[in-house]
Design a binder for this molecule. Sequence first.
Ligand code: GDP
Ligand code: MN
Length: 401
Amino acid sequence: MKIHEYQARQLLAEAGIPVPGGTMVTSIDEATTAAKTLLDDGATLLVVKAQVHAGGRGKAGFVKLCRTHEEVTKAATYMFNNLMVSIQTGPEGLDVTKVLIAEGVDIASEYYLAITMDRAKGANALIASSEGGVEIETVAHENPDAILTQNIDPLVGLHEYQARKMAFDLGFTGKQARQASSIMMKLAKLVEDTDASLAEINPLIITPGSDSQPEGQVMAIDAKFDFDDNALFRHPNIKAMFDPTEENASELKAAEFELSFIALDGNIGCLVNGAGLAMATMDIIKLHGGSPANFLDVGGDATLEAVTEAFRIILADDKVEGVLVNIFGGIMKCDVIAEAIVSAAKEVGFTVPLVVRLEGTNVDIAREILKAAEIEIPTMQTADNLEDAAARVATAVSTAC
Ligand code: GDP
Ligand code: MN
């Protein structure tokens, strides 16, 4: 599960890592008010940042430095009214419904700092670079030596000496090095405490020296977290940060009915029971020259209502030019699927070719139900086996377009 930057900043602040203050807003008016409050409190520089589950916002124009509340209003208006398109979003972009108005800081230099799983070592690693701010992928590609790594022992955690070495290797000295290594230790503990699979601060910055802080201050001004979904039950505070507006609408709808829906790139919608059968179904569709648009796994004991919803979800996908139903009835009864096909035909209508292959529990009853509904569902064909079903749907789709 991913969270927004404003939520990540909150976690960092709670862990004692310095982060500039800020407020998340959901409207232009709120943005203006938040800006006035921060300016009244003495801030001289503000930063307006779109809150979406994707990076590359800076280059896309969705991170804007402002000095007045009028500038903040203008920046927020732009962000709420335009899709954010960056290298991480794909050309379709993301709608912005939340914006962070934060205190801006002056930057002397930017660093990259992260903790994530090193799969080869089977343990977390602390990763850092003095070439922060820009995409770390570019640094990894063009200048791999600029990326430093310290492995984290899963039993004892990050050692102080490892954090200190990392801070010195990044070029920090004196007080800055102490601040940086303290941030690394706190980040490692936060990752451990929250079952995060990724914690990334990019950039970690050092501010220019001032009268009160002659050596500058090390702080986080952007952060990203990803959490292990299977561990969320241990962290209700993190689970509460879930933002459904950032998720695929069909996948959410399916989850509501305890169905699993996976969106893919092709044009054949697949309704199956069981992940193994889903894989086999996709393979055989491909073998016959077709391409799956999605697969929807109704599992073992879905109700008529849930299976009807499953068809609604599949048919709502514009990419779907044909549907393949492949059910091997064990606990799932074929007649429930047949009833759902009939009710989906009534409620939504199958305007695209539908190929049905049913086998197993109550298949005879199911065949009778479908036979009786043949006239109401003219685009339906029944198949004898999976091979036949895949060939039929692939042909139906290729001749339809
Ligand atoms: P991202 O592009 O989505 O990763 O968004 P970031 O929050 O990392 O911002 C991108 C870049 O904008 C940073 O690398 C900084 O160079 C700049 N930036 C962000 N916040 C501030 C700020 O408070 N002050 C200054 N001077 N620059 C900032
Ligand atoms: Mn960033």
